[in-house]
Write a protein of this length. Structure first.
Length: 243
């Protein structure tokens, strides 16, 4: 079931789309809005999977609004103006429906959205399955491929084209020629998090976190940079007794 929101400044257009949503078994209407500014607050609060969004609206047009909608919500534009079609794909809209909208075209767009979310869910499930099974990685260092248990890693430090893998059982870090991005993609997301351009930390190794989001791992202090702060703070909120 895809939860959806309708945004259109024409009440008759909203009524028609509401009727279409009601006729479509895998869609559930969360809300309808004629005011795009109020709609933005509703979308951010309700976090629907899908928004049927008009383009020509006062105060805030659909293109502007689409750039403010959370990335997890996908958009299907509904408009009477064909010239917006190209621009709609620049903002990664799933589809573009030209008014007057027939139910067949609406259903085709909705089916496209359903398939997109099914593929996304399948990809995420596959990634979670792979991450759950992974217990170690191999590091090429000094001409050898060394097996390192994920549970042994404290944090990973980037230095230009090299990374230093700091572990619990070895005094000196392993040094290998690889990018931080490549390492990040190898590690399970539920156990490791990038907190700085130059640092990936093992979440289980964190000893404490200061009020300014400096992480202590053993005797090592690692700063959480602004680019990664929001994600790390969300992790803390989800794993704290004092919410």
């Amino acid at each position: 079931m895809l939860r959806c929101i309708i945004v259109d400044d024409e009440p008759l257009a909203i009524k028609m789309l509401e009727n279409y949503v009601e006729r479509t078994p895998f869609l559930k209407l969360e809300a309808s809005y004629t005011d795009p500014v109020i709609a933005l607050s509703g979308i951010r609060e309700k976090q629907p999977e899908l928004v049927f969004l008009d383009i020509q609206m006062p105060d805030l047009n659909g293109m502007e609004l689409s750039r403010m909608i959370p990335s997890g919500t996908r958009i299907i534009f509904t408009t009477a103006f064909k010239q917006f079609a190209f621009e709609s794909y620049e903002v990664s809209a799933l589809d573009f429906l030209l008014k007057p909208i027939r139910y067949q075209k609406f259903l085709e767009a909705a089916e496209k959205a359903r398939k997109w979310f099914e593929m996304k869910e399948a990809a995420e499930s596959s990634a979670e399955s792979r991450n759950a099974q992974k217990t170690s990685i191999f590091i090429k260092t000094e001409g050898n491929m060394l097996k390192v248990l994920l549970s042994d890693i404290k944090y990973i430090e980037g230095m230009r084209d090299y990374v230093l893998v700091h572990t619990k059982t070895r005094k000196q870090p392993y040094v290998t020629h690889i990018t931080m991005k490549a390492v990040e993609e190898m590690l399970p997301e539920d156990s490791f998090m990038r907190v700085h351009r130059s640092y990936i930390v093992a979440l289980s190794s964190i000893t404490s976190v200061s009020g300014t989001n400096d992480i202590l791992i053993g005797d090592n202090l690692i700063h959480v940079s602004d680019a990664y702060r929001e994600r790390f703070e969300n992790y803390l909120k989800g794993n704290s007794l004092n919410r």
